[in-house]
Design a protein around this ligand. Structure first.
Ligand SMILES: Cc1cc2nc3c(=O)[nH]c(=O)nc-3n(C[C@H](O)[C@H](O)[C@H](O)COP(=O)(O)OP(=O)(O)OC[C@H]3O[C@@H](n4cnc5c(N)ncnc54)[C@H](O)[C@@H]3O)c2cc1C
Length: 383
């Protein structure tokens, strides 16, 4: 039973479709009819991609893999009996369970004003929230927006929002107004990136008139009359929250062993260290032997090994190890079909970087686009 159509599980489905395992019945439990691809989310916000272009429809992919699809939200897991509980009260049992349900935005420092902020995760909900918010842009030239968290996602989001404001307002004949503020509690943006990348993106943020505030203390609403508040969110029309992620509640309560941040603790075979019948990948998992930051690229790389190990878990063959890279290529888009590339200490920027990213992202999504007919067992665009 696969839970969640995350980046690793879509590859599992593709591989099971390419090579079936006799006697194995695959079931996918996932929340929505489509699963979003996060790498293209900033481009969706900027207006370069439609909602359909950044989503992979799950049913044709499940059909390709001969996988039963249950469109439902998992709300509980009994790892000993390997039962998954669904929101509608149903239960699904499996011999082997694999979890790739992602993570959720950590709102612990925003708990009092949670109803007023738009978390960037889960991405499916964010995409809906953005579609709703974007309608306000043309009629409100003076929108004041803040993005909390200046990691790669926050920087990309702030720049994408700025581009969208400019694009939609000039299309409506209005002069470019509005204000975009990027808030960071640390003393610098893009922690974990090289100085070169930080320098390039700082200059780009400045060029696009985005106010960057570092060392920002307690956030809140002055209207609450809380003397301790150092930055008033009340002056903004929208606050987007992109600080780190945390595990989802139902997984925390499952009884599976977790890492120090509460994510499912897995060994290098992507298997729960407490319950060998449960596997986990993507943001939901914490790799005990080789911890890495939460990133889609890790989930994508885990896909082939996870597929192989799920196969081996049923056939009884020895499992394979996933060896994560120490560094990987990041392509950070800046809203205006321009991007910055980062790999270790190497950095580059230009329109060509955006077109390179666009090519990689579109090719990735195309790999999982299948004909709706279950009988046609070929990708629409086979690479
Ligand atoms: C703006 C932004 C840009 C980013 N850009 C990049 C990038 O360029 N490169 C990069 O490497 N990383 C990027 N990331 C990080 C990336 O989004 C995550 O690391 C990645 O999505 C994790 O993939 P996943 O497989 O763990 O889960 P997800 O992609 O989050 O997928 C989880 C799936 O499980 C389903 N699901 C969730 N809960 C349940 C449930 N209870 N029951 C059933 N189904 C469920 C969801 O509907 C979804 O289909 C970005 C993040 C953001 C916010």
């Amino acid at each position: 039973v696969l839970v969640g159509a995350g980046h690793a599980h879509i590859e599992v489905l593709r591989r099971f479709g390419l090579q079936t395992v006799p006697g194995v019945r695959l079931t996918l439990v996932t929340k929505g009819a489509c699963t979003p691809y996060s790498g293209m989310l900033p481009g969706y916000v900027a207006g370069h991609y439609t909602g359909d272009e950044i989503h992979i429809p799950v049913a044709p992919l499940a059909g390709f893999a001969n996988c039963r699809l249950v469109t439902a939200e998992a709300v509980g897991l009994e790892p000993v009996d390997r039962h998954v509980h669904l929101q509608d009260g149903g239960t699904i049992a499996g011999d082997v369970i694999s979890i790739d349900t992602g993570a959720t935005t950590n709102l612990s420092s925003a708990s009092q004003f949670e109803p007023y902020v738009i978390p960037v995760k889960p991405i499916d909900r964010f995409a809906e929230n953005w579609a709703h918010f974007a309608k306000r842009i043309r009629t409100n030239p003076g929108l004041q927006i803040t993005v909390v968290g200046a990691g790669a996602a926050g920087v990309e989001l702030a720049l994408s929002i700025r581009h969208r404001l400019r694009r939609d307002l000039s299309a409506g004949g209005k002069s470019i107004g509005g204000r975009v503020v990027l808030l960071e509690k640390g003393d610098q943006i893009l922690r974990g990136f090289s100085d070169g990348v930080r320098r390039r993106l700082s200059a780009i943020l400045l060029r696009h008139n985005i106010e960057v505030r570092t060392n920002v203390g307690k956030l809140g609403f002055q209207a609450e009359a809380d003397a301790g508040i150092q930055f008033d969110l009340g002056q903004f029309d929208a606050t987007f929250w992109t600080t780190g992620v945390c595990p989802t509640d139902w997984l925390k309560k499952s009884g599976l062993a977790v890492d120090e941040d509460g994510f499912i603790a897995v060994n290098s075979q992507l298997q729960s260290i407490s319950h060998p019948g449960v596997f986990a990948a993507g943001d939901a998992a914490g790799m005990i032997a080789s911890p890495r930051p939460k990133a889609g690229v890790i989930a994508v790389r885990q896909g082939p090994i996870l597929a192989e190990n799920l196969r081996r878990a049923v056939t009884g063959d020895p499992l394979r190890s996933f060896v994560p890279q120490k560094s990987w290529l990041s392509l950070i888009s800046t809203g205006d079909r321009y991007a910055v590339a980062s790999y270790g200490n190497w950095a580059a920027e230009g329109r060509w970087v955006w077109y390179w990213k666009n090519w990689i992202d579109r090719r990735f999504v195309r790999r999982f686009m299948f004909e709706a007919s279950e009988t046609k067992r070929f990708p629409v665009n086979s690479e």
